[in-house]
Design a protein around this ligand. Structure first.
Ligand code: NAD
Ligand code: 13P
Length: 352
């Protein structure tokens, strides 16, 4: 019988909650080793102590998830290679901009029989075109990689409030079922669907819409405007996904990773929060500055994703078909004022 050993690559806000969820299940289920390794991007705390040492001493990620016990079987490890070397289940959960570098460091250092899953919302854009993070992982590390996305504001799941998530897989149904087992708890319901691209694009693109929702909040435009932005955004998400991957299923948008994640992120996420502040300051303070001030080391994905989406659209000559995505990019790049979010053109993309 194979015993599964899990390592979580990443230890931010969601990374820490993922480790907590997983650790509760590895203790309970016989096919998994109890210990869950969690790779920590090491940093010094204001006290002078190392974050890893404090996590291992207090069982809490005092910087990214204060006040929550992770479970005694979570072991923080600042050494990336050491953290992954024995694992045959690798959970990737870092801000997407760091994954290229992490994959380079991990190539050839992991078990060849490992399976991966990405909880990362984002994509890379290369000369050859867009590359989803699960594809980057899969290609660079030579492993199969599923994804888990959903309406999952980490702090709420940390408090064990009921929510749902979606595992997307391409071929390996058995691996997907193992991931479901590893993540699901009575308060965290996980469903698997055979549409890895659709699930991952939902999680990635909703961050752009959430920045727009933040602008609407900062401009104090009310609920109807925000709902309109969410509807237009959902439409653009669907058109963009179909354009990249015609195989994407419409039903995926009705899973947790689709409409539900769009709603929760536009109501309570970090992208929304920083977008709101940006609009309140009339675009006079940069996103980088506001992110540092408001998020204490946590990272936004939406601004960079808006740029990446824009690169893909420019390359394909279809910027005009995506007025909302394009406005978010132009506003966040300082080329248009935040109020331009409601001056988007009437040319509607059509989901077919
Ligand atoms: P985070 O934004 O809370 O934390 C940032 C992390 O990046 C920290 O662990 C920090 O140590 C690390 N870091 C900083 N510089 C680094 C570097 N140069 N190299 C590597 N790591 C570095 O992280 P998070 O919330 O766990 O987000 C990770 C992914 O999960 C993102 O794609 C996000 O969209 C997604 N996600 C987040 C939530 C949420 O509610 N937080 C929910 C669902 C999905
Ligand atoms: P934010 O990164 O905007 O907080 O979104 C979190 C998320 O992805 C919820 O599912």
């Amino acid at each position: 019988v194979i015993m599964y050993k899990v390592t979580v690559v990443g230890s931010g806000n969601w990374g820490s909650v993922a480790a907590k969820l997983i650790a509760s299940n590895t203790l309970r289920l016989n096919s998994f080793h109890d210990e869950v390794r969690m790779w920590v991007f090491e940093e010094k705390l204001p006290s002078g102590e190392k974050l890893t040492d404090v996590i291992n001493k207090t069982n809490e990620n005092v910087k990214y998830l204060p006040g929550i016990k992770l479970g005694k079987n979570v072991v923080a490890d600042p050494d990336l290679e050491n953290a992954v070397k024995d694992a045959n289940m690798l959970v990737f959960v870092t801000p997407h901009q760091f994954m290229e570098g992490i994959c380079k460091r991990l190539a050839g250092k992991i078990r060849p029989d490992a399976e991966g899953i990405s909880l990362i919302k984002g994509m890379e854009v290369k000369k050859e075109g867009p590359c989803m993070i699960s594809t980057l992982i899969s290609k660079r590390l030579g492993i199969n990689c599923s994804v888990l996305m959903g309406a999952n504001i980490a702090n709420e799941i940390a408090m064990e409030k009921f929510s749902e998530a979606t595992v997307g897989y391409s071929k390996n149904k058995e691996a997907a079922e193992r991931w479901v087992q590893l993540f699901r708890t009575p308060y965290f319901i996980v469903t698997d669907v055979q549409d890895v691209e659709g699930v991952e694009l939902c999680g990635t693109l909703k961050n752009v819409v959430a920045i727009a929702a933040g602008f609407v909040d900062g401009l104090e435009m009310g609920n109807n405007t925000k709902a309109a932005i969410m509807r237009i955004g959902l439409n653009e998400m669907m058109v963009f996904s179909k354009m990249l991957f015609p195989s994407v299923k419409e039903s995926t948008y009705f899973e947790s990773c689709g409409v539900a994640d769009l709603i929760t992120t536009c109501l309570g996420g970090r992208n929304r929060k920083v977008g709101e502040a940006y609009a309140r300051y009339g675009g006079k303070r940069s996103f980088d500055e506001l992110e540092a001030e408001l998020l204490n080391g946590q990272k936004l994905q939406g601004v960079l994703t808006a740029l990446e989406v824009h690169e893909v659209l420019s390359d394909r000559g279809c910027v005009h078909m995506f007025p909302l995505f394009s406005a978010v990019h132009a506003i966040s790049a300082g080329r248009l004022p935040p109020s331009a979010i409601v001056e988007i053109s009437n040319e509607k993309p059509r989901y077919t």
